[in-house]
Design a protein around this ligand. Sequence first.
Ligand code: RFL
Ligand code: PHB
Length: 390
Amino acid sequence: MKTKVGIIGAGPSGLLLSQILHLAGIDSVVLERKSRDYVLSRIRAGVLEQGLADMLRAAEVGKRMDAEGLVHEGVNLAFDGRLERLDLAGLTGGKTVMVYGQTEVTHDLYEARDAMGGTVIHEADDVTPHGLDTDRPYLTWTKGGEAFRVDCDFVAACDGFHGVGRQSIPKDRLVEHEKVYPFGWLGVLSRTRPVDHELIYANHERGFALCSMRSDVLSRYYVQVPLDTDIGQWSDDRFWEELKRRLPQEVAARLETGPSIEKSIAPLRSFVAEPLSYGRLFLAGDAGHIVPPTGAKGLNLAASDVHYLSRALIAHYHEGDESALRAYSEKALRRIWKAERFSWSMTMLLHRFPAEGSFGQRIQHAELDYLFGSKAAMTAMAENYVGLPY
Ligand code: RFL
Ligand code: PHB
């Protein structure tokens, strides 16, 4: 088999890259370790920056998002018995975010790939890149006991944090920066009406909480939990009870509860690998970097990587210009580090850090109090939350 770009991973990064390349007349093959049903069963991000929403429209996969997605002009922070609103649109000259689940984005991308006859191979085991530092890289894999190979011009590793792409770069050619936080998020998805029409991030002495949603009838809630939490100890009743305790009273009083459809724990981590390329291999999305979910940036960063990488590949194939491919890592990393900084600062501002003691808590409260007393500080937060320009 032969293609132009071999893509590892059929998450949002890999599917969006293959879709954009296809529209530019550049063929690709996507290799995914899991089944399509498995990929579509993962509940992850929910907030899309305008940049990603525009990319999906340009990639001809924005129709359902525009029909069903919820445009949010503000976001709320609860702390110290206060509930304050950040007017995203007012502070950023009209910018908003779109609430539309990653699962739906992935679903729409799959439909588009199907309609255009794109090649996505599922249940591809032992995907292995070869010859990355040569002009003729190729990928091998096995499926159903049979061995396969695809020759390509470039390899895009869109295979997430645990993928094979980053691990294929020689250790002495990669620097990894990491911060692990001493807690995780316990998340629940429920078929209940969201407690508010906008998101509420809560800083509470019992720990962080977040009220989010997927639609008018589907809610997504999170509470901060210790890393060694046994999810078996968290009945739905216990979850709702704990969530209510961390929210302002008037919000807790109107919280609609119900059986969980999904319940999972995600650890929080910041991670960046540098550079994001090696020979003819390019890393995009979680394969190259991770953010804690507090700033809702993971999926959005994957999208900006795909934006830079697809533009660079198109410049190579259409104009014979290699410069954007050479500059990909540096360009993508400038935006990534800013989102890393924002996600880290939101995490530090809103969570309970047992080791920081009362001093750390007072500092958090001073910062939150300052934030809502300063238009400059609110503007800075709003600008980052809606997403910095590509
Ligand atoms: P993905 O979505 O992880 O997709 C990578 C795909 O590659 C496949 N794969 C392989 N395929 C072939 N061979 C191999 N060796 C392979 N190894 C892996 C995987 O099966 C998978 O299908 O990465 P991508 O496309 O870069 O997209 C990134 C986003 O998914 C990610 O940034 C966000 O979902 C992060 N994230 C969240 N972000 C938010 O903004 N808000 C959230 O609430 C939020 N929750 C989450 C999250 C990430 C989580 N992970 C990764 C554990 C919750 C979780 C649990
Ligand atoms: C979500 O809806 O899952 C969500 C929203 C905002 C975040 C993180 C997760 O910051």
